[in-house]
Design a protein around this ligand. Structure first.
Ligand code: CMC
Length: 394
């Protein structure tokens, strides 16, 4: 326990007081939602290994599990699925934001997603109500509509007509349908579902933590989710999947992998899709996606992406495994999503569509036992500086 006098003495010269840069190893809260075993390479959602959920479950069931801390009964799942289906459509004004901005030069889809989800709050007259009922309703509504907004952004960017949601398909199949303009076959629907399940939650990752900081001020759930989207966008977090695909595209062919990697390593470049703050071994989500990558690249005729990815993986593991740098979820997800026909710029929005479940579940958990997040900085600036009048400053 820090005493008040120690706590308020955080004034130092640079490097004098040690602290955990990037909050590395800092435990910020208790949670019942998910657990990452970084040395064992395990991910568990409320007691269920990710491999089991990827094999047996659906996004709807996983979302219920994250929100309510238990698997639903058949009747509960049917009701929950119905709620998600019922809230898919978005106001015309939100489609207008997407139509007006998604195809602008230099605008990233995550910027439009962040803007559109923020604007959604304006159309929810209960947005400011802080009750268990409104919180849970918003959790479902935001997560349901996130898929519609993300898919519409992709359609507008590629110059295609927006596809409105259907209410008779699963969350994953409907998302695929809105992205591609056709109903997926059984394999495509399952793979989309698996992608959403794998991205649904990941303990105290940067975007979930950002959402919690906002929720801890007792701001509304839309604000918390918008913070999550903002943090997910960066290439060190959810934006890495797009960067992996850009890397594969710039390498171009399997024959060029070795030379490209040699040069990247000589320049001490970070290789996107590798490394993790918590995993010091293979990310279990990457293992699952590598398995799916075989089938989806065979079906799409994109095997060369996987050949290149596996060559990079082999060299990186040989060189960096002992340093704890292994493939993370974003390494194979790019190959999988590209082979499903998704444009690389839309990879991170897909991540957001899945992670929305985690953001709203953690935000609700935070709200139930809230305390404001308010860490300290060590002040390493000058103790006292003279105030020179503006006219006399050089
Ligand atoms: N390629 C080469 N070296 C790396 C990599 C990489 N991808 N990642 C970490 N390192 C090295 C880094 O250069 C540093 O070396 P040194 O100690 O010699 O200076 C050491 O490993 C520690 O790296 P760090 O960046 O301080 O580690 P961190 O825990 O702060 O960062 C990370 C974790 C994910 C930001 C980082 O590994 C990284 O930038 N990876 C590439 C981006 C990426 O794939 N992000 C997706 C993360 S998983 C999905 C998600 O949660 O969003």
């Amino acid at each position: 326990m820090t005493t008040y006098s120690e706590e308020f003495k955080l004034v130092a010269r640079p490097g004098e007081i040690s602290f955990s840069k990037g909050l590395d190893g800092v435990v910020a809260a208790e949670s019942t939602k998910s657990y990452v075993d970084g040395l064992g390479g395990r991910l568990v959602y409320h007691g269920h290994p990710i491999e089991e959920l990827a094999e047996e479950s659906t996004f709807e069931e996983v979302f219920f599990l994250l929100l309510y801390d238990r698997l639903p009964t058949a009747a509960e799942l049917a009701r929950f699925t119905g709620q998600l289906q019922q809230h898919r459509e978005i106001p015309e004004e939100i489609y207008a934001i997407v139509r007006d901005h998604a195809a602008r030069r230099g605008v990233h889809p995550m910027t439009v997603l962040r803007t559109a989800i923020s604007a959604l709050a304006v159309f929810d007259e209960h947005a400011e109500e802080d009750t268990p009922e409104t919180h849970q309703a918003q959790a479902v509504q935001i997560t349901s509509k996130m898929a519609t907004v993300a898919a519409a952004i992709g359609r507008v960017r590629s110059g295609q007509a927006i596809v409105h949601p259907r209410s008779d398909l699963s969350h994953a199949a409907n998302y695929f349908y809105m992205m591609m303009g056709r109903v997926p076959d059984a394999f495509e629907a399952r793979l989309t579902d698996v992608l959403l399940i794998l991205h649904a939650d990941h303990e105290s990752n940067a975007s979930t933590f950002a959402a919690l900081v906002v929720k801890s001020t007792l701001a509304d759930t839309y604000s918390a989710v918008v913070a999550g989207i903002a943090a997910l966008k960066g290439p060190l977090h959810g934006g890495a999947n797009e960067q992996v695909m850009k890397m594969l595209e710039s390498i171009g062919s399997p024959e060029r992998v070795a030379a490209w990697l040699d040069e990247a390593m000589a320049q001490k470049k970070k290789i996107m899709g590798f490394g993790h703050r918590v995993y010091k071994t293979m990310d279990p989500r990457a293992t699952i996606l590598r398995g799916y990558a075989r089938e989806v690249t065979r079906r799409a005729g994109t095997e060369r992406w996987l050949v290149m990815a596996e060559q990079i993986e082999k060299t990186m593991v040989e060189k960096f495994a002992q340093k704890g740098i292994w493939p993370n979820v974003d390494f194979f997800s790019g190959v999988v999503m590209a082979s499903l026909g998704i444009d690389p710029s839309m990879f991170t929005p897909l991540f957001a569509v899945g992670r929305s479940a985690g953001w709203v579940a953690h935000a609700w958990e935070q709200r139930q036992d809230n305390r404001l997040f308010r860490p300290r900085f060590v002040y390493v600036g000058p103790e006292s500086e003279p105030y020179i009048p503006l006219a006399e400053r050089k």
